[in-house]
Ligand binder design. Structure first.
Ligand SMILES: *Cc1c(COP(=O)(O)O)cnc(C)c1O
Length: 232
């Protein structure tokens, strides 16, 4: 159950919680607006369990197989986030189990989710944006995000609660700041449209290497794997 630098998951959670508090004080944010997602894709069910024992509730997985194994073992204890690329034909596997999807970037996926969601229920979705423009990254080009979200109005089984991005890995996390700032501006722009299908108030951004900068720039969901639960 050891995380990075031989620390336990519990110690990691403690120190990340302290940092989150300090950053909130520094930039004048409310700690209760911030949700830590423990990304457990590199670790065992036991380690994921240890994360839940610390009081964290949000668990993130990026592949359907691992996502289902963890969910089956631990499901009543967690709130489940699917954070990886999702093929439309696999949407049915996570519907009803995963409450949040961080990687909506195709109408075909929205359509499939909509078809599979029980009536009256909505999948909470983040639209993934490729802010950095890296070819290896998925996501919609920033200039196309608004039009994309507008077309989602017909799918009653989904709600666009916010935007998500992954920054490139930089040795100096400060370099991610313009990317996170751009996502926030885009979020603010969409929120102003006051679309009922897309309240778009959340920002899913920041990972082990760059979550502090992401928090300063307004992240409401940070997705932390290595720095929290380690890598096994
Ligand atoms: C793996 C992953 C993370 C967490 O990565 P770490 O660098 O280990 O914190 C966050 N978001 C997504 C989409 C991921 O795939």
């Amino acid at each position: 159950m050891e995380g990075e630098h031989g620390m336990t998951v519990e110690e990691n959670v403690k120190s990340i919680n302290i940092e989150v508090k300090e950053i909130c004080q520094k930039v004048g944010r409310d700690v209760s607006d911030i949700h830590i997602i423990a990304v457990t894709k590199y670790v065992s069910i036991e380690t994921a369990q240890a994360a839940l024992h610390t009081g964290l509730q949000h668990i993130g997985e990026n592949r359907v197989d691992g996502a289902l194994t963890k969910w089956e073992a631990l499901q009543p204890q967690g709130i489940w986030h699917f954070i990886g690329t999702l093929q439309s034909r696999k949407a049915k596997d996570i519907v009803g189990k995963y409450e949040y999807l961080h990687s909506l970037e195709r109408v075909s996926l929205a359509k499939e989710l909509d078809k599979r969601m029980p009536s009256g229920r909505k999948m909470k979705c983040f639209v993934q944006v490729n802010v950095s423009g890296e070819e290896s990254k998925s996501g919609i080009h920033p200039s196309e995000v608004e039009a994309f979200i507008e077309t989602l109005v017909e799918y009653k089984g989904i709600e666009v609660i916010g935007l998500m991005t992954m920054a490139p890995f930089y040795d100096d996390p400060e370099q991610t700041r313009p990317i996170f700032r751009k996502l926030r501006e885009l979020r603010d722009q969409i929120r102003q449209r006051k679309w009922s299908h897309a309240p778009c108030h959340e920002l899913s951004m920041g990972m082990s290497n760059d979550y502090k900068v992401a928090l300063e720039e307004g992240a409401t969901f940070i997705r932390i794997g290595t720095a929290l639960v380690g890598k096994e």
